[in-house]
Design a protein around this ligand. Structure first.
Ligand code: NAP
Ligand code: MG
Length: 491
């Protein structure tokens, strides 16, 4: 078999496009040195879309060396020029938004209309936001004594390894690549093996935008091969990772064992929604339905635990189940579809196993629980779930929610904190004092009051405890991608 660097992909709507399938190194698409490839699959049909290069450690070596060679030139590029290139990239992503949304739909099973707004255009907006930051990253001057002048300067970290998951493929490219580049770093991106296509397409747009070769490098492949090689590489100065908690922990220790890289980890969660007696239940069910079932529950901050105050517990469940029944599940290319399939056979089997286990442990199934066909899973609600049941404790990463009641704010807080995670939480109440009090008390990276999943690139995002270390987004992420240098000048 001769390997190619581009494939013609036929889309379900009868159109076709040219998909880059090689590794993007030093501004060019190339085949993997081992001449290996991996298939990417459409989760709706279970059929192969195309094969992409399977990069391994020799390819990571080549990509890191390209990123190192480009490093000085990019660091010395006037920040406003770096911003202009990012601005151009954002425009190109917008220009191709319809196609990129279809790519996300076939590769990840996302409903195409949701993918356009919430993934592709959100990623473009994020790139544009950091285009604006490029020339606004600054140091300080500090007064200590009359004999010295004291400065801090913010410098790029160097070569950054960006490792991303399959649940928000292009969005994670935007979240990680844009601030890394804006602050003067060069990058080696490792997309998830299940969803490599949109990242490679962005590589083509990076080329078109005119970024210098080597500033952006993309190596598709397996986590255990390409990902591990990137983490272990002594030429990489930082790893920014989004993915599961076990892999994140492994990355932290692998970094300690190699060259002690700077590390940002955005990991898993078991995020709670707390619903007080005085909340507007009609509004609440809209938010919590989206909170858990958006992206088929494959969301790090999915609202997978719901705690409802005793007096409104039954009323909430009745309205919630009625709302859940309205979710349209089906073909990602249909306009009305809200839920597509789960990403893979393995995820499907894992989630179905967790549903079965919850039933065995005595959780009461109030809705769903079945797989109608293929990799689809019905939106599933368990009620009266005890704190000690696995379905209340373990991240499902699928359309399954555990509901239980609470007595008062202190009981709610005890239940909310009975977890190893701390990514996000929501509080629903019409009493703002109550809402703010809870928002201050809950240990998590993001708290939503009377809403859910309201992520925006202006606000930092990232968890505490086993949900991660450091932040993505906002101004905060710029300190993750820069080192502060202190300079003292004797006058
Ligand atoms: P994952 O298995 O941890 O994979 C994430 C990425 O790491 C993939 O690119 C993967 O490659 C790579 N990888 C796997 N093993 C590696 C290793 N030993 N060294 C280096 N890289 C390695 O996670 P996932 O299953 O794709 O994603 C789901 C998880 O991500 C969930 O736990 C979810 O909560 C979390 N997540 C968190 C956030 C957040 O912001 N906190 C956002 C989204 C998702 P392969 O694709 O080849 O496995
Ligand atoms: Mg796929």
């Amino acid at each position: 078999m001769t390997l190619q660097t581009e494939s013609i992909v036929e889309l379900p709507d009868g159109t076709s496009y040219r998909q880059p399938v090689g590794l993007f190194i030093s501004g060019e698409f190339t085949t993997a040195q081992g001449q290996l490839s991996l298939d990417t699959v459409n989760p709706y049909t279970g059929t192969i879309i195309c094969s992409v290069a399977r990069g391994r450690s020799d390819d990571i070596d080549a990509a890191v060396s390209a990123a190192q060679s480009a490093s000085k030139g990019w660091k010395d590029t006037p920040p406003r020029q770096r911003g202009q290139l990012l601005q151009t990239l954002a425009q190109l992503m917008r220009r191709d938004a319809d196609l990129l949304a279809k790519i996300e739909a076939v590769d990840a099973g996302k409903p195409v209309h949701i993918a356009k707004e919430a993934d592709v255009l959100a990623a473009a907006a994020c790139v544009q936001y950091y285009a604006g930051w490029a020339d606004k990253i600054k140091g300080d001057t500090l007064e200590t004594d009359p004999k010295t002048l004291n400065l801090t300067v913010r410098e790029p970290v160097g070569v950054c390894g960006l490792i991303i998951p399959w649940n928000f493929p292009i969005l994670m490219v935007g979240w990680k690549m844009a601030p890394a580049l804006a602050s003067g770093n060069t990058v080696v991106l490792k997309p998830a093996e299940l969803t490599p296509l949109s990242a490679l397409y962005v590589g083509k747009l990076v080329q078109e935008a005119g970024f210098p070769p080597g500033v952006v490098n993309i190596v598709t492949g397996f986590g255990a091969e390409a990902g591990a090689a990137l983490v272990a590489h002594p030429g990489v100065n930082k790893i920014s990772f989004t993915g599961s908690t076990p892999v994140g922990k492994g990355i932290l220790s692998a970094s300690a064992d190699s060259s002690l890289k700077r590390i940002t980890l955005e990991l898993g969660g078991k995020s709670p929604s707390v619903i007080f007696n005085d909340a507007d239940l009609d509004e609440v069910v809209e938010w919590v339905n989206g909170g858990i079932f958006y992206n088929m529950g494959q969301n790090c901050c999915a609202g997978s635990r719901i705690y409802v105050q005793e007096d409104v517990y039954e009323a909430f469940l009745e309205k919630f189940i009625r709302r859940v029944e309205k979710n349209v599940m089906g073909d990602p290319f249909h306009e009305k579809t809200f839920l597509g399939p789960q990403i893979s056979a393995a995820q499907h089997a894992k989630i179905m196993g967790m549903i079965e286990n919850a039933r065995t442990q005595g959780a009461v199934l109030a809705k769903g629980g079945e797989s109608p066909h293929g990799w689809f899973i019905e939106p599933t609600v368990f009620r009266d779930v005890r704190q000690d049941m696995d379905i209340m404790r373990e991240e499902v990463f699928g359309p399954v929610v555990a509901v239980a009641s609470f007595k008062d704010a202190s009981d709610a807080l005890a239940k909310v904190h009975d977890t190893c995670y701390g990514l996000a939480a929501a509080v629903f109440t019409s009493d703002l004092k109550q809402g703010l009090g809870m928002a201050k008390s809950i240990k998590a990276g993001t708290i939503w009051v009377n809403c859910y999943n309201m992520i925006t690139h202006e606000l930092p995002f990232g968890g505490c405890r086993e949900s991660g270390v450091g932040k993505d987004l906002g101004e905060d992420v710029l300190s993750e991608f820069t080192n502060t240098k202190s300079i003292r000048i004797m006058l």
